[in-house]
Design a protein around this ligand. Structure first.
Ligand code: FDA
Length: 399
């Protein structure tokens, strides 16, 4: 039977639009289907509305995966420079914020508009607001999609429906259920880049510190598996947030500790013991030289110390204990804010099931998975979009 389209891309987000544009510009007849009525909502809300669209320092070490080398091939064939070249062609202005993170000068809408124009250049057909209810292989080859607007017969299918984060703007488990339907393994999913929460009683002493933010070293894991980020930490009513915590949340395992060094440049135990012979200050005043005063006072009390006590009157042992609490604050989260707040989903379609060249399934010829649906999860800082562009480009070249 004649196929209406060579390729159906399901999911018109970052990866799906990139893939559709590349395939369309290669002359493929492409249909792009999304159940949302608004295009690329995640790009729109990303980076505070300015979309942190890539990171200049992208490498495989910025990604988590059960199969960490998989992402290298696609990332090497579509790099941050390649994306910048596209922005140049479309006159989109951008700037670097820090650590290689690139943002639009004006608005994330610029990226959406650019991808739309690229899709139009490839004569991509759009079906927005159309749910795909099922994907079946046809006996004579190709696939049949059951959609809310009837059957669509296509040669190949690219699943670009993303992960489970932020269900209220349309995230679904579509990619994982299609993967399982075709016998592909899915690595267990969980929220990542997400604020961490604590037992309400344990967190009580810190609630009054909510809103305070500072740069820290934050780590989790032991020995070879230890990972450390130097980033901002934000205290909230329910626990910890801010870039440092989002980064560590992707690595944190339930039941284990995270450790925060609130003064990464200072050995506070030594500092306090040395200062005691020369300062007349009390603990509150002394620590306020290094930390926001409200935080210093709150931490001193939360750790069971009396802030009005003079350093000179304290035993070295007590001062060292306080130094340790600030340089190595050990915390046991009881969970996270979940998919409701997570920027991404860790886990997904097992990359061992896919070709690293094309993103096509080894088991099912003509079925591809790209973007966040795949078990490749980037750090905070533009890496997730770079993966979406690179995997979308790889599949777009291959279909
Ligand atoms: P994406 O989620 O973009 O697109 C999937 C599409 O599939 C959606 O349009 C959805 O409607 C559609 N869909 C889902 N189920 C469907 C179904 N059953 N049928 C049809 N369509 C379906 N990353 C980064 O690098 N820099 C940043 O600044 C940010 N900022 C950021 C902020 C916030 C608040 C969030 C939630 C996330 C980020 N991210 C980010 C992460 C980034 O947005 C994410 O990794 C990419 O959008 C993933 O691109 P995909 O195309 O794979 O999925």
């Amino acid at each position: 039977m004649n196929k209406q389209f060579d390729v159906a891309v399901i999911g018109a987000g970052a990866a799906g639009m990139m893939c559709a544009a590349v395939a369309g510009q290669r002359g493929k007849r492409v249909i792009l289907i999304d159940h949302a009525s608004r295009l690329a909502e995640k790009i729109r809300i990303s980076g505070g509305g300015r979309c942190n669209f890539t990171n200049l320092h992208t490498s495989a070490r910025n990604f988590l995966s059960d199969n960490p080398h998989f992402c290298k091939s696609a990332l090497s064939r579509f790099t941050p420079q390649d994306f910048l070249e596209k922005l140049k062609q479309h006159g989109v202005a951008w700037h670097e914020k820090h650590k290689g993170q690139l943002f639009c000068d004006d608005s994330a809408e610029d990226i959406i508009r650019m991808l739309k124009v690229e899709c139009d250049a490839g004569r991509v057909q759009w079906r927005m607001g159309v749910a795909v209810e099922g994907v079946q292989q046809e006996p004579e080859g190709g696939f049949c999609l059951q959609t809310a607007q009837g059957l669509v017969r296509v040669g190949q299918v690219v699943i670009a429906t993303g992960g489970l984060s932020i269900p209220k703007i349309g995230a679904t488990d579509f990619a994982f259920s299609v993967a399982r339907q075709f016998g592909l393994k899915v690595i267990e999913t969980r929220p990542a880049l997400v604020p961490l929460t604590f037992d309400a009683t344990a967190w009580e002493p810190f609630v009054s510190l909510s809103g305070i933010s500072l740069e820290v070293d934050i780590e989790t894991g032991e020995k070879k598996n230890k990972i450390v980020f130097r980033e901002d930490l934000l205290l909230t009513h329910r626990g910890l947030s801010g870039p440092g915590v989002l980064q560590i949340s992707s690595y944190w395992q339930s039941g284990t500790a995270i450790r925060v060094n609130l003064l990464p440049e200072i050995d506070l135990a030594d500092e306090l013991v040395n200062a005691k012979t020369v300062t007349k200050k009390n603990l509150d005043n002394y620590l306020a030289q290094y930390l926001p005063a409200r935080l210093a006072e709150g931490l001193i009390r939360a750790h069971g110390f009396d802030g009005s006590q003079k350093l000179a009157d304290m035993q070295d042992k007590r001062l060292r204990l306080l130094g340790e609490k600030i340089n190595r604050w050990e915390l046991f989260p009881n969970g996270s804010e979940g998919y409701r707040k997570a920027e991404v989903t860790r886990g997904g379609v097992d990359t061992r099931e896919l070709s690293q060249q094309s993103m096509m399934s080894h088991r099912v010829s003509g079925l591809y998975f790209i973007g966040e649906a795949v078990d490749v999860t980037g750090w905070l800082g533009g890496f997730n979009f770079q993966w979406a562009w690179a995997s979308g480009y790889a599949a777009g070249q291959a279909v």
